[in-house]
Ligand binder design. Structure first.
Ligand code: ZN
Length: 155
């Protein structure tokens, strides 16, 4: 198990040191939202460009701990080119991954739901959520992405 945890740590550090899709998109026409995690001081800005129901471009920018930044970086690689419906499914799977571990901390079953497979690098974050305070770090980028979706709905 420690081998797997080392691998996960490597993936997280790689995304933290070399964030994918970092930057901004022009607003408008892109949609932008900002998220803040006061518990840790993490900040994330997410810009998405949606064309015909597909996320054609996404950029993020921010500062904070390695968990918050690497989670956002992995998120951008997971959702680029996906339809909004597919992305909602990925958001659900990721939050499921986080909540499974919340439950297992409460003595529940440790069985991984099949819906969380296919998250790719994002699976690396499952070790992090043994520390409940870090769940807010890991989900910050995702909650910010959902704020982008709310902006879209208003337009
Ligand atoms: Zn954090």
């Amino acid at each position: 198990m420690s081998g797997l945890e080392d691998l996960y740590r490597e993936i997280i550090l790689d995304h933290y040191r070399n964030p994918r899709n970092q930057g901004e998109l022009e607003v408008p026409p892109a949609v932008m939202a900002e998220g803040f995690n006061p518990l840790c001081g993490d900040e994330i800005k997410v810009h998405i460009q949606v064309d015909d129901g597909v996320i054609v471009d996404i950029k993020f920018d921010g500062q904070g701990c390695s968990i918050s930044q690497s989670s956002a970086s992995m998120m951008t690689t997971a959702i680029t080119g996906k339809t909004l419906e597919e992305v909602e499914g990925i958001i659900y799977s990721f939050k499921q991954l986080m909540s499974i571990h919340e439950k297992s901390l409460e003595g529940g079953s440790e069985t991984v739901d099949s819906s969380t497979t296919g998250l790719g690098d994002l699976q690396a974050l499952q070790g992090v959520v043994k520390f409940p305070v870090r769940i807010k770090c890991a989900t910050l980028g995702w909650n910010t992405l959902e704020q982008c979706f709310e902006e879209l709905d208003e337009n």
